[in-house]
Design a protein. Structure first.
Length: 474
């Protein structure tokens, strides 16, 4: 039986559940050497969401739900991955020779060609990135056990939690001493370049650098950590799962991202910024005015100078003929597809402004009823903007409507879709002590829709604050 050398305090109950699951895997680890354990939480996107890739400020809460990764060297010439959250197959073995010296394109092909085994890309991808970015040499086999209670496909960053927990465990095992911000950026490379999902940086940064019961404030230009915001005593944040599966790899998210970068490229042309073409469909823009980010364009300038000059939509081929490409390195414009442009461009401009206002309101020494109303209104505006981009869903719209109908008289101030949208989890801002009201909303929604609804509450430290633990045989 395995035991912790030091049982972590604030996550003790979660640690005991993990240990129970691990001790059921009697054949996985060798009892002859210790096991390194890391832990990384999911996150609830309170404000900012998809505007991260356009340079916006985002406010993220690390959740109590987390992913655990345990790793041990082995004498095998392979890495063996086992997860309690995957049924078919729960274990994947990859020969070391297959992973050595792969570039990102080859790694993506190798690790995602079998859909049933593609979950391993998030884990083995960490080894690919450590080889390419940190000079890691894979000379010994590994065994890596994974256990997660972060719901998958619900917009609460189960993939980021998996990457960050794995990367933290591996960096500890190999004694690499990677700082939290760099760890998060390496994990983003896993998702962008190995898995092939065009996510921004906020998920990995929150999972790595978040603080318990505080909102991580991240200016995504590209990843500037600002002072965390302790939640006011009067407020609490909840997540309600809509029962509708969300995926960042989905076409809707990708097309909205492409549309936003198209919009920036067109604005740069209208503003007369110098542009250089780099190969097929890629450009760089010399931008001392906005530093390459839509979020740095003020809403008033957008309204006055650019909104009516951007097309509502544009065909990919027509865009490429006129503008040669975009500055986004992780998406590819399909010449045969038509993309919405004006609304995906407007969203991060307004969202950045909303998030800044949200943070300013939270900084008030004493929150008034008016402050709470305004915080909620900013969330409702953000939700409406997601829907205008095509990233809403009937389920999340209904949950937000139920919260709005209950309103401040029920101590519920605001709600919005989270993360990449198109389903997933709704974030709710409430007065502290509102669990009964949240449960009532969830029960009403479940009765109407037939979906099994999960409520997410609580908070826990990010991977860096949690550190690592060692397991030894009892």
């Amino acid at each position: 039986m395995w035991r912790f050398t030091h049982l972590p305090g604030s996550t003790r109950a979660d640690a005991e559940r993990f240990l129970s699951n691990l001790n059921n895997q009697t054949d996985f680890f060798s009892p002859q050497q210790s096991v390194v354990v890391a832990r990384a939480p999911g996150r609830l996107d309170l404000m900012g969401g998809i505007a991260d890739y356009s340079g916006a400020l985002v406010l993220e809460l690390p959740l109590a739900a987390a992913t655990w990764a345990a790793v041990q060297f082995s004498d095998e010439s392979a890495i063996t991955l086992r997860s309690t959250g995957v049924e078919d197959p729960p274990q994947v073995t990859i020969e070391l020779a297959e992973l050595a010296r792969l570039d990102y394109a080859a790694a993506h092909t190798l690790l995602t060609r079998d859909p049933e085994r593609s979950w391993a890309a998030y884990v083995a991808g960490c080894l690919i990135v450590l080889q390419r970015e940190c000079g890691l040499i894979l000379e010994r086999g590994l065994r890596l056990f994974l256990h997660s209670n972060v719901p998958a496909g619900k917009g609460v960053s189960s993939s980021a939690a998996l990457e960050v927990a794995t990367m933290q465990a591996l960096s500890t095992l190999y004694d690499l001493h990677i700082a939290g911000r760099e760890l998060a950026l390496l994990c983003q490379k896993v998702e962008n370049l190995v898995v092939g999902a065009p996510c921004g940086i906020m998920d990995q940064m929150t999972s790595a650098c978040g603080e318990q019961d505080s909102l991580l404030a991240l200016l995504c230009q590209p990843a500037e950590l600002q002072e965390s915001i302790t939640l006011p005593n009067e407020l609490e944040v909840w997540g309600i799962d809509s029962g509708i599966r969300h995926a960042v790899t989905g076409a809707d998210y990708g097309s909205v991202r492409i549309g936003a970068f198209m919009g920036y490229r067109i604005i740069a042309d209208l503003a007369g910024l110098p542009v250089q073409t780099h190969g097929e469909r890629s450009v760089s823009i010399e931008d001392s005015r906005w530093q390459g980010y839509l979020a740095n364009i003020s809403p008033s300038l957008w309204e006055r100078a650019y909104r009516d000059r951007l097309p509502h939509q544009i065909n990919g081929a027509a865009f490429l003929r006129q503008y040669q490409g975009s500055t986004d390195s992780v998406t590819r414009i399909d010449p045969a597809r038509t993309y919405a442009v004006r609304q995906p461009t407007a969203h991060p401009i307004y969202e950045h402004h909303r998030v800044r206002l949200f943070r300013a309101l939270l900084a008030h020494p004493v929150l008034t009823d008016e402050d709470c109303y305004l915080l909620g209104e900013l969330m409702y505006q953000s939700h409406a903007s997601y829907s205008a981009c095509g990233l809403g869903s009937n389920g999340t719209d209904r949950l937000v409507e139920l919260v709005s109908q209950a309103g401040p008289t029920a101590n519920l101030y605001g709600a919005k879709i989270t993360g990449g949208g198109s389903g997933g989890t709704v974030a709710v801002l409430a007065r502290r002590g509102s669990q009964a009201q949240i449960e009532h909303i969830a029960a009403m929604y479940a009765q109407e829709t037939g979906y099994a609804v999960e409520i997410l509450g609580g908070s826990s430290p990010g991977a860096v604050a949690w550190g690592y633990q060692q397991l030894v045989v009892a």
